[in-house]
Design a protein around this ligand. Structure first.
Ligand SMILES: *Cc1c(COP(=O)(O)O)cnc(C)c1O
Length: 460
């Protein structure tokens, strides 16, 4: 690219504006910043509108004040705790807030860290279980090489657990999802447990359906197992979506450190923690459950600070964003926002139900997720994929996809409601939804075969 323009050349008069923005190798000459800004921004112009994307749990709105605060703190490196001790203090404060919210029995004995998201957090929770299992198994005299260690989880697991098992050479034992409940079938869990089980993962908010595993029942199961076995069964909670929602909306539900055998919990700050993508958290109820081999020292103002995250350098701005939300909203702010989100979800579920065409799997009552399938006897020519296409014409992104293993002949559709989907927007969505159904009922040309099942849209 040659650069014969000067600073008065209008952006769309520059040579750069007539050349491809997407490069395959670095071009030779620099481009003026305002030209680069405009052309790259335009390159992204036909992407979906994030606010209408109901396929994702990830945040698409934050206060302008915190957006500014985050932009102004982008250069802070979260791992450099001696250069940025105040930032490190905010991170510790967030860990304490979560430990309190999750009813840690002894605040002096908790361990916890921020991560990039739940995937890194689950990796850490899983590793801690693996290392602890191995240390205990050796003490008990078990031949740890006789068999691979295993992890017990419902077949509705998120892909990060599959990664964990592949990376750490662990056998994943999938408990089928119960057809009625669409969550882990608790009666079957112990069939999958043996001396080589590093732990059980309970999911507070199965990604596919928004349903909760019955964690209290799981804890009772572990408790009775532990009474009669030397091998200790521990539970990690994958609360990527639920762990920052339930404490505000359904505080009576026991799923957290109130249950004795729940030893660690992860969550995504960028889901119902209401921060833009890039922050997650993992906490252990007691140092005992995070083996020392996994805790590393970084120097900190001449002293030492424990670190247990996998990543090293990353911006602290997401942690600061999380802190801002905690500080600004307080308990009641989160409660108010989440309650309104839930009400919006319930109103959408009611509208879906009122068509008489769908079986509702999740009506927004636990997480603000609306999830449904076409009734078997719905007398229509179209599929959920056609409905997804129709909704997309109105800008709404809503995935349709088959359920996991054992239930994969069932195609479902899911709306994930977030804090920035107010009742006004929900009403607009409901009107569009009803119109789409009406349009499809009278459509002449439909695109998708009735027998075809595939993933359409982002589902995580
Ligand atoms: C979203 C999700 C994850 C992955 O979380 P990220 O923060 O995107 O890494 C893990 N588990 C469950 C249940 C999820 O919903």
């Amino acid at each position: 690219m040659s650069n014969q323009n000067n600073e008065t050349t209008p952006i769309f008069g520059t040579e750069a504006s007539s050349e491809a923005v997407v490069m395959t190798s670095l071009h030779k000459n620099p481009v003026a910043p305002e030209v680069a800004y405009r052309l790259i921004k335009d390159q992204l112009i036909d992407e979906g509108n994030a606010r209408q994307n109901l396929a994702t749990f990830c945040q698409t709105y934050m206060d302008p004040e915190v957006t500014q605060l985050m932009a102004e703190t982008m250069e802070k490196n979260a791992i450099d705790k001696s250069e940025y001790p105040q930032t490190a203090e905010l991170e510790t404060s967030c860990v304490n807030v979560l430990a309190d919210l999750w009813h840690a029995p002894d605040m002096k004995r908790i361990m916890g860290t921020s991560t990039v998201g739940s995937s890194e957090a689950c990796m850490l929770g899983g590793m801690a279980m693996k290392f602890r299992w191995r240390n205990q198994a050796i003490k008990r005299g078990l031949d740890i090489n006789a068999q691979k260690p295993n992890l017990v989880i419902s077949s509705g697991y998120q892909v990060c657990w599959e990664k964990f098992c592949v990376y750490w050479d662990i056998e994943m034992r999938e408990v089928p999802m119960d057809n009625g409940q669409l969550s882990m079938n608790i009666d079957k869990v112990l069939d999958y447990v043996d001396d080589y089980t590093i732990g059980i993962v309970g999911i507070l908010g199965i990604t596919y359906t928004g349903k909760f595993d019955d964690i209290k029942a799981l804890d009772a199961l572990a408790e009775s197992y532990n009474k009669t076995h030397e091998h200790e069964l521990v539970i990690h909670i994958d609360g990527a979506s639920g762990a920052m929602f339930v404490p505000f909306v359904d505080p009576e539900l026991e799923w957290d450190f109130r249950l004795k055998n729940v030893v660690s919990i992860n969550t995504s700050g960028h889901k119902y923690g209401l921060v833009y993508p890039g922050v997650g958290w993992v906490l252990w109820r007691d140092k005992e459950y995070l083996p020392e081999e996994l805790v590393f020292d970084v120097s900190y103002l001449g002293g030492h600070m424990p670190t247990m995250a996998i990543n090293f350098s990353r911006s602290a701005s997401q942690i600061i964003g999380q802190y801002y939300n905690f500080y600004r909203y307080g308990f009641d702010g989160y409660k108010e926002l989440h309650t309104r989100t839930k009400e919006a979800a319930v109103s959408i579920a009611n509208a879906v139900e009122a068509t008489g065409l769908f079986d509702i799997y999740n009506d927004g009552e636990n997480l603000p997720i609306v999830c449904y399938t076409l009734k078997e006897n719905a007398d229509v020519e179209w599929t959920l994929y056609d409905l997804a296409d129709r909704l997309q014409m109105k800008g709404w992104q809503v995935p349709a996809y088959p359920l996991p293993k054992d239930l994969d002949n069932q195609v479902i559709q899911r709306f994930v409601c977030r804090a920035d989907l107010g009742q006004n927007m929900a009403n607009a969505l409901i009107r569009d939804f009803e119109q789409c159904v009406e349009d499809l009922n009278s459509a002449r040309i439909l695109y998708h075969e009735k027998t075809e099942a595939h993933v359409q849209g982002f589902t995580h």
